[in-house]
Design a protein around this ligand. Structure first.
Ligand code: PFF
Length: 466
């Protein structure tokens, strides 16, 4: 490729320190996935057993693949498409590995298109919380308020547009500038606010039931769809399998320990998701709500808590502001692989690349806007009824298929295609930690992902294993 020459390693800048990277990567990982998606898919998939499978996927698949993905990024120091091309060349492998980078760019576009619509809901709820309306509403009223809101496509489109503009404003300037500062204060504040919410939930009479729902596994509720969703969510919540973490890794200073930073990110991300679950399910049971109510879950439960607790107006407003910022730092990383690639290969400036990439994302997002009102067709996914048309389809396609597939390819490349001397040099830590990682990333993570994906495609049935 002629344009390859213009790519210089490190052309996008570097994080100022290991902590700056940890904050940015945690900013990418912690987002709507933890606070909005984790509770609602846990509710839809029956609770405890699903949570257990999810935690299992985080430990055996998410953590090792995160190490692999950061390693590939730091070694190549380029955007995922060019990184995979350069690494494949370095290792004497097929140039087709570049497709992995492409798939990531596509997944990033598709995810951001719906992610932005949901972030728009959170934006709108900042103003609802601030108005004090939650304190004068009943559970039914809060449900009706949400129903009215999402049935108005123009309102959803307006909030989606505002969020896309917010993302553009940061991405156009370059990731490491504004982002480092924002995450430093955001993460601890969000954490504290979640603790406040859990504290409130402890005093409701649904607390025991909520905890039991989350942490007592009932394996009879574990369907194939639930296992696939848990696997997909492990990738989604850790921002893995599409190059987001790879591109952030490419800005990581050489001396930072990849295994250590990965562990910190994974623990922080998982803690936030579990706290969100512990805040939300007690409210669901205390108020006789439906655990399986889908994407609306947090918008129908948390306002109840804010409406009833002391200083709820303040806490509620703060909570939705923090949720928007968490979504913002994630959204930035969803589009970064595409923008970095356009800058490297097409000679665009960052603002130009950002504008083009986000215009496409915005347009695709209209499909999701309509999924909650004019075009909310239903379909069945492994026997599970999906009610929100394009939104559900995009979510299933990206989180449950593209990200696991991307992660699988990353594991295969890092574990099998890269020379051991190279990965050892890059990971450059404790010898037994390296050996353990190599074993898991070669054998355990790919095998588990393959089993789940094969199940999805019904291949096991076809060849008579089931
Ligand atoms: N991890 C983000 C969340 O949990 O909200 C979503 C996400 C960001 C997914 C970046 C994938 C990604 F590359």
């Amino acid at each position: 490729m002629a344009q390859e020459k213009t790519v210089t390693p490190g052309m996008h800048g570097q994080w100022s320190s290991r902590w700056a990277f940890i904050l940015a990567a945690t900013g990418s990982a912690v987002g709507l996935g933890n606070i909005w998606k984790f509770p609602y898919i846990t509710g839809e998939n029956g609770g405890g057993a699903f949570v257990l499978v999810y935690l299992f996927c985080i430990a055996l698949i998410g953590l090792p693949i995160m190490i692999a993905e950061i390693m590939l990024g730091r070694r190549a120091r380029m955007s995922p498409v060019n990184a995979m091309q350069a690494l494949a060349k370095q290792e004497g492998r097929s140039p087709a590995w570049k497709i992995l980078g492409w798939m990531g760019v596509l997944a990033g576009f598709l995810i951001l298109s719906y992610y932005s619509v949901i972030a728009g809901w959170a934006l709108a709820y900042i103003f609802r919380a601030a108005s004090g309306v939650f304190s004068i509403s009943t559970a039914d009223g809060i449900q009706a308020m949400f129903g009215d809101f999402v049935s108005d496509p123009e309102a959803l489109l307006a909030w989606h547009t505002i969020f896309i503009v917010m993302v553009g404003a940061v991405v156009a300037r370059g990731v490491s500038k504004g982002l480092e500062k924002a995450t430093k204060y955001l993460m601890p504040s969000l954490f504290i606010l979640l603790l406040v919410l859990v504290g409130y939930a402890m005093n409701t009479d649904g607390f025991q039931q909520g905890l039991a729902f989350l942490f007592t596994p009932d394996f009879s509720k574990l369907t194939p769809a639930a296992v696939l969703t848990a696997l997909g969510h492990a990738f989604f919540t850790l921002s893995l399998g599409m190059g987001a973490i790879m591109v952030y890794g490419s800005y990581l200073p050489k001396n930072a320990s990849i295994a250590q930073v990965s562990l910190v990110i994974v623990i922080a991300d998982t803690a936030v998701a579990l706290l969100a679950g512990m805040a939300i399910f007690p409210l669901v049971f205390a108020n006789g709500l439906e655990a399986a109510s889908g994407p609306s879950l947090i918008f129908q439960t948390l306002p109840l808590a804010f409406g009833q607790m002391p200083m709820g107006q303040l806490f509620g407003t703060l909570f939705f502001i923090l949720l928007v910022i968490a979504a913002w730092t994630s959204a930035i990383s969803l589009i970064e692989p595409a923008v970095a690639w356009m800058v490297e290969n097409h000679g665009l400036t960052r603002p130009q690349a950002t504008f083009q990439a986000l215009t496409v994302t915005w347009l695709v997002g209209i499909g999701t806007v309509l999924s909650f009102n004019l075009w909310d067709f239903h379909f069945s996914f492994f026997g599970q009824e999906k009610t929100n048309g394009i939104f559900d389809m995009l979510d299933l396609l990206t989180a449950n298929i593209m990200l696991p597939l991307g992660g699988l390819l990353i594991a295969i490349f890092a574990g099998w295609k890269m020379k051991e001397s190279h990965s050892r040099d890059e990971l450059n830590g404790n010898r037994s930690v390296y050996e353990f990682w190599l074993f898991v990333v070669r054998w355990i993570s790919p095998t588990l992902v393959i089993i789940v994906l094969l199940h999805l495609f019904g291949v096991l049935k076809l060849i008579g294993i089931e």
